[in-house]
Design a protein around this ligand. Structure first.
Ligand code: 5GP
Length: 193
């Protein structure tokens, strides 16, 4: 079975559509992490973006870290994590943008220390989910403000019936979704764009 078929089988076997909008995958992606599956995810992102001239991987804490780290390892590139909360030791040289959280239903300040992005970087942004595109657009705006280009966005799961994927593509960004979901209902998950 091809690796992304494995991912879809895992989503069907262990994921749970709570309703038409929210998919719970904390058995292998958001809480407990299936690292072997994440390794396959990293290999697949590396394969899909092999021609994109990527110089750095970026992600958003915390659920993007596992797939992003595996992608960075496979592509032999540095990785940077954008923060959702600012600690007292993270003060200097930071840029921030407000993002509306899909899961918390509240805004947060996405934060990036600019020293970890070099002008001229071509960054691949990896995240666990793509829904309305809030997190991705927030990440892109910080990366571009820091002087980088965005090579594309890689989502492990993209809910194609929510507007994020379409909005990103309409804005000219390349989006690769390993498991696009076209419809969900309680107990039902249907793949497709
Ligand atoms: P967006 O910003 O595109 O609306 O939502 C993406 C972010 O919200 C992801 O970083 C992810 O953590 C979270 N998210 C969106 N939809 C889901 C979902 O159905 N299930 C889970 N577990 N997280 C989601």
């Amino acid at each position: 079975m091809c690796p992304m078929e494995l991912l879809k089988q895992k989503i069907l076997a262990e994921g749970r559509a709570l309703n038409e909008h929210v998919l719970l995958v904390d058995c292998f992606l958001n809480h407990q992490v299936d690292v072997k599956l994440m390794k396959a995810v990293g290999e697949e992102f590396a394969r899909r973006f092999a021609d994109a001239g990527v110089t750095r991987i970026a992600t958003i804490e915390s659920s993007g870290i596992a797939p992003a780290a595996m992608t960075a390892l496979e592509m032999d590139l540095p990785m940077v994590i954008m923060k959702k909360s600012v600690s007292s030791i993270l003060k200097d040289g930071i840029i921030q943008t407000e993002v509306f959280s899909f899961t918390k239903n509240a805004p947060y300040l996405l934060t990036l220390k600019t020293q970890f992005i070099k002008p001229g970087d071509n960054v691949l942004l990896i995240d666990d989910f793509l829904a309305n595109g809030e997190a991705a657009f927030g990440g892109i705006s910080l990366l571009e403000k820091a002087g980088a280009k965005v090579a594309g966005v890689g989502a492990v799961i993209a809910k194609a019936f929510q507007p994020g994927m379409q909005k990103l593509r309409a804005a000219g960004y390349r989006v690769e979704a390993l498991a696009p979901v076209r419809r969900m209902a309680e107990g039902l998950i249907e793949f497709g764009e």
